[in-house]
Design a protein around this ligand. Structure first.
Ligand code: B1M
Length: 236
């Protein structure tokens, strides 16, 4: 997509040109360049969340469109994903840096059959940044994995991610299993992923659908406060 030569110096670009170049580099799967661009924007004083959304997430959005339209294929998209991760690696400590008081604990994982993890990783980073302890159980999680992690870590929140229309129904399997075992009310259940929406979240019995990582943080705080108030009221 990009027509840059090898000798392009990212440092010489104005911010908006650099962001455009980073999106092109992400499209082309150039991980070193994406990492370099990320660092340059941070050094220029950009907020980490702005770099994330304007350069990386926006770049990946374009990749998604061309993937859908058959212009890009899995190997190319994997390279883009790796380039995105290289940028995220730089942002991670900055986003996770937090003076926020301890907020609670979340177990999060992508559901069975699904190996997409970029969105989940972003949610984890932002939640950590907001003061939550996050236990990330990775991708392709069967219900047993979730149950095991809930038992072991006793979190306040269960987060699930799904990026495929074929895997999103599995979230209901997990929630139904929690119901069957009498565990559903112990946890706040939050779900997210590109093909989901509010209605789906309600339909499967989640406490909340979260459109993006920032919404996940706000929702988690709100639901924790609501739960604490309910507990306090119940105790008289
Ligand atoms: Co996949 N893929 N992919 N893919 N892939 C999609 C999802 C797709 C929409 C592309 C397309 O056609 N346009 C399409 C799904 C179509 C559908 O189901 N209707 C698709 C397909 C078809 C597939 C394969 C089946 C392709 C194939 O093999 N033929 C295959 C499936 C593999 C599998 O999982 N079993 C596949 C494979 C892959 C790669 C491995 C190449 C790679 C994943 C690499 C990785 O994750 N490590 C990949 C990628 C990168 C994508 C796209 C291009 C980008 C996804 C992404 O990372 N977005 C994607 C297109 C798209 O989504 N537009 C696509 C950036 C990320 C920041 O956004 O994940 O939405 P997102 O996360 C957001 C929110 O959704 C939310 O917050 C995040 C941050 O703001 N959120 C949560 C997410 N999880 C949350 C959890 C929460 C809260 C909020 O919990 C509380």
């Amino acid at each position: 997509m990009s027509d840059d030569g090898d000798d392009l110096d990212l440092n010489e670009l104005e911010d908006d040109e650099l962001v455009k170049q980073m999106q092109d580099d992400l499209y082309d799967g150039l991980k070193d360049e994406v990492a370099e661009g990320t660092q340059i924007l941070i050094d220029r004083g950009w907020e980490p969340y702005r770099v994330l959304t304007e350069a990386l997430v926006e770049g990946m959005r374009v990749v998604g469109i061309d993937f859908r339209d058959g212009i890009l294929f899995v190997p190319e998209v994997l390279m883009s994903a790796n380039a995105m991760k290289a940028g995220m690696q730089i942002l991670r400590p900055l986003l996770a840096e937090s003076d926020a008081p301890k907020q609670g604990k979340m177990v999060i994982g992508t559901v069975k059959g699904d190996i997409h993890d970029i969105g989940k990783n972003l949610v984890s980073m932002m939640m950590e940044g907001a003061g939550f302890e996050v236990i990330d159980i990775g991708i392709n999680n069967a219900v047993e994995n979730y149950l095991e992690a809930l038992e072991e870590h006793q979190p306040d929140i269960l987060g699930m991610s799904a990026l495929l229309t074929t895997t999103m129904p599995y979230m209901k399997v997990v929630i139904d299993t929690l119901e069957e075992k009498g565990l559903r009310d112990k946890y706040i259940v939050m779900v997210g992923g590109a093909p989901l929406n509010e209605e789906f979240g309600r339909h499967i019995g989640a406490d909340a659908y979260c459109r993006d990582a920032a919404v996940a943080v706000d929702t988690a705080k709100e639901l924790m406060t609501r739960r604490d108030n309910q507990l306090a009221a119940a105790q008289g």
